[in-house]
Design a protein around this ligand. Structure first.
Ligand code: C2E
Ligand code: CA
Ligand code: CA
Ligand code: CA
Length: 278
């Protein structure tokens, strides 16, 4: 038995060693990626369930690795979060989204608000000032950019966090709560935060309209959001059945492969020009 414990230990430590190495490699390559312009934003439309029109988009980070090809944010965002590199990445994302919005405005393209994901680590007292500076630099109106935040921030929810949120809202920005339902925030709790949009996590959308539990959760979220006068966006909508169910519930917007995958800026601009609809 002693031997098996020992070999298990060796096995685990070897595995941990591998993971640590992998982590370090991703971290150093990610640092270079920022400098070498290997990062790019894709845009995924959000469509109104009432009008069928594109009413927004989410900017999603993509990494074109010279050897490995497209690396998923699911792989590198957690590493960036752990190492703190997410601060530089997040700053780049905001800058790039604003630069792109300015470029579109300069060719007279009318664009809906673009949502940018914010890591909880970006949420410090200096955030409103930093955001304001980027907006100003690119001459972008605050209501052109929305911010998506996650529940982990609310759970940490001190008066300080609320104060920072209020400052952003006072500037004219709106905040969306991402991946709603996966964390621990309760309804009563939500009221404390100046959040105008709830995004129902894809994990609850997948089972619609066949899984009773998912239907009940989606219904509860929509009912609550309506009472709090929040907009509701369903993420990861892939089928017409899911859409029909969400529309019936009174959900406001959908985002998902049913309408479009995340696409490069030029493709998103083309959808807007063509007036693509649901
Ligand atoms: P998220 O914020 O929940 O973004 C939605 C994810 O769902 C995106 O994955 C999107 O491509 C995917 N998705 C959208 N519609 C569908 C669908 O119909 N079916 C399926 N199967 N998936 C769908 P992506 O782009 O791989 O991003 C993964 C996560 O990485 C994001 O989840 C977000 O948490 C994080 N992320 C991406 N870009 C950034 C960023 O700029 N900053 C930060 N902090 N996080 C980011
Ligand atoms: Ca998001
Ligand atoms: Ca999400
Ligand atoms: Ca999600």
């Amino acid at each position: 038995a002693g031997q098996s414990i020992e070999s298990n230990f060796l096995f685990y430590s070897e595995e941990m060693n591998q993971r640590a190495k992998e982590h370090l490699r991703i971290e150093s390559e990610l640092r270079q990626a920022l400098q070498n312009h290997e990062l790019q934003l894709y845009y995924q439309p959000k469509v109104s369930l009432r009008s069928g029109r594109i009413v927004g988009a989410e900017a999603l980070l993509r990494w074109r690795h010279p050897l490995r090809g497209l690396v998923s944010p699911g792989v590198f965002i957690p590493v960036a979060e752990e190492t703190g590199l997410i601060l530089d990445l997040g700053a780049w994302v905001l800058e790039e989204a604003c630069r792109q919005v300015r470029e579109w405005r300069d060719v007279n393209l009318i664009i809906p608000p673009i949502a940018v994901n914010l890591s909880a680590r970006q949420f410090d007292a200096e955030l409103p000032k930093r955001v304001a500076a980027v907006l100003e630099r690119h001459r972008v109106q605050p209501d052109q950019i929305n911010l998506e935040i996650t529940e982990s921030l609310l759970v940490r929810g001190t008066d300080k966090v609320i104060d920072i949120m209020n400052q952003l809202v006072a500037m004219g920005m709106s905040l969306a709560l991402d991946d709603f339902g996966t964390g621990y925030s309760s309804l009563a709790y939500l009221k404390k935060f100046p959040i105008s949009t709830l995004k129902i996590d894809r994990s609850f959308v997948i089972g619609l309209p066949y899984e009773e539990n998912d239907c009940a959760i989606a219904r509860a979220i929509v009912t609550m959001a309506q009472q709090l006068r929040q907009e509701i966006v369903a993420e990861g909508v892939e089928t017409a059945e899911q859409m029909a169910f969400l529309r019936e519930l009174g959900c406001d917007q959908l985002q998902g492969y049913l309408f479009s995958q995340p696409v490069p800026a030029a493709d998103f601009a083309a959808m807007l020009r063509e007036g693509k609809r649901l």
